[in-house]
Design a protein around this ligand. Structure first.
Ligand code: AMP
Ligand code: ZN
Length: 132
């Protein structure tokens, strides 16, 4: 298996792991967007959310919650952007699902989730009809 994050989960390569349980692991992003930027991954290799069995989704997001609380308590963080890049067009580089927990600090100059892309939708009604 050549997946970098599988290697991290298997301890074949070093990382700054802050939490681990049977299903998941959390470690510091090697190139943090902000102080305390964590990645939470399932230990098993899944490319993205749609591949993860329901019961493991629950476990994974329990870890996301725990890590958010850890950052609140240890780094005194109260705001976060939490999410993941799903697919190449969205910026996913490592094809092993990883949830970014990015702490936000007062006046840190960053934007909100909605500013990642701002192309908009020129036919909201048509989109609605397709999706409902
Ligand atoms: P993404 O664009 O969502 O695939 O993001 C991949 C993330 O993994 C980036 O934020 C990288 O900085 C991070 N990353 C890459 N290699 C490592 C590593 N060895 N340890 C920790 N984080 C890593
Ligand atoms: Zn993997």
């Amino acid at each position: 298996m050549s997946c970098l994050f599988c290697k991290i989960a298997n301890k074949e390569i070093d990382s700054k792991i802050v939490y681990e349980d049977e299903f998941s692991i959390a470690f510091l992003d090697i190139n943090p967007s902000q102080k305390g930027h964590l990645l939470v991954i399932p230990k098993k290799h899944y490319q993205n959310l749609t591949e993860v069995p329901e019961e493991e989704i629950t476990k994974l997001f329990e870890t996301v919650k725990k890590m958010t609380i850890l950052l609140e308590e240890k780094l005194n963080v109260s705001s976060f952007n939490i999410g993941w890049n799903h697919g190449e067009d969205a910026g996913q580089v490592i094809n092993h699902l990883h949830i970014h927990i990015i702490p936000r600090y007062p006046n840190d100059g960053g934007g909100s989730m909605q500013t990642i892309v701002e192309t908009g939708d020129d036919n909201l009604e048509e989109t609605y009809q397709k999706l409902k």
